[in-house]
Design a protein. Sequence first.
Length: 587
Amino acid sequence: MGLEEVIRRKHSGDNEHMEFIFSEEKKIIVTAPAGCGKTTAMISKIAWELGKGTISSNKKVLAMTFSVNAAMKIKDSLKELLPELVENSEQYISKVDVANYHNFAMKLLFKHGYALNTEFINLSDFIIVDESNRVLNNYITSFDSDKLNALDDALRASDEEEMRNVIDDYWNVLNTKLIPNHVITYNGLLVSAIKLLRKRQVSSFYKEYYRMVIIDEFQDTNILGYWLVNKLIGDNTVIFLGDDIQKIYGFLGAINGIFEKYKEKYPIKEIKFCNNYRFRANECLKALDKLIRSYGNTYAPSEYEASVNLKHLANDTEEDNFIVDGIDKIINSSNDKVAVLVRAGNQGEPIADKLSRKGIQYFNALFRDTDIEFLKFYEVAIDEFHNAAGSSGKAVQKDLLNCLEAVRQRQNEIYSSARRKFVYDAMYKLLEVLFEESKKWEGTSKDRYENIDFILGSKGLKHMMEYIEEKVVLTTIHASKGLEWEYVIIPRMNAYAFPTGYMCRTCREVHSCNDGFDYCKFLFGTLMEKTFKEEISVFYVAITRAKKNVFLTVNTGLNQWNHTKQTSCLIELPGLSHNDYDWEIVI
């Protein structure tokens, strides 16, 4: 059976998938809602383009994304899905480079960075930090720091004109103060890569080398990512996949209307995936998906209707006890997994405490990617992984065991108080899972080394939550993106908790809500559209992590100032009704 027939059978009944896979257009935008089979279609597109021979033996495909989780999903899917399509899948995989923006920038700087600054030859020894890290104080003045922060502020505000005004000052601080001392910022990686790609010979090479560029989760791209991508677009095929409703990194400067920018710039084919495979047999979740998406699209009361499971409790204690009882019932009645997804990490801490007291095992990922313990763990893990493998560039099982032991011996470097040990414990568990999963990978020990090095270098261990043995996961909604569980519980559906305090305070200031005694209803004021859509996006991502069912909880007890808490406007949206539920009935 030929490749075309294999692909057509695999995607039979999905006309949009096949239109995308077999399209000969050079520039394509794919709108891909959650659960629509985007990743499967992407892998088939890669297989088709490679299989029909339009990408010569000395050229490659670049699959790139904003987030580490999405990049890891692509890597995993290539290994899992390509063998279903082609016999020589390893040969195909070797023709695809997968990276998130920062990882791709590092690859460029490893190869060509010496053209900017000779110290980039030692990039593997660099410390990578953000603009607020105190280590920068050892090398720069407060005036220099202002220059770095000016770019970060412009980036978060998505102010392209201001970015152009400040980027040269930023580069000068990097080039004269930080790079010579083997220190660079995350934004600095992208700034340096963009500066490198401004060299015509470098950008021309990569436009030819990558005959197809696929950008996944494109809606989360900020200005630096946008500029980086632009330098890779030429006569090659470029595909932008994403979904504006899932734009959850607005606080990091994700560009509003980024797909529109490309529609204005290029003749471009638009394809929208319509079939929802995740909720195919679940009419309730399908209707909820449709309703929440409509709010992200129209910013107006929806014409659709849906219901959601919502339990209204009297206070925090009752809510936490109810959630823990539900978790207990789920894990004792099935092999299903459940995730508690919170808007902010501290909202999950009392639930974690009650799970511990009840003796229920759980995986605690209630920490941020900017936490010092998180960053320190990677520093130690990468160091010991390289030490264990030595100069061989290979990863055999003995090396991985030695790495784990060495990281364990250095755990006191990672956390400074017993209260924060849980971050080390979680990360160590993920490292163990990564090494265990690596045994199942096809390929050589050199391939294994490169894959592990990519995951550690991209800070991608959270992606391994998909493989942990614990049936209960506590994590933030942002960290959950790209992952799935049978059941999802979303607690604290209160004003100032979800949505955030920032939205609620602003909303009241501009009179865009009906602020009741124990509830709040949103009025769609003109000044609130951007902020509201960001919260709707987070809500949508949380709901669509569930494969079987999603459960919300809220309480209107007293807050820390002894005021009655209000229910969230997100559960008071027109068209959304509530199903009061008890665990005995729904599980």
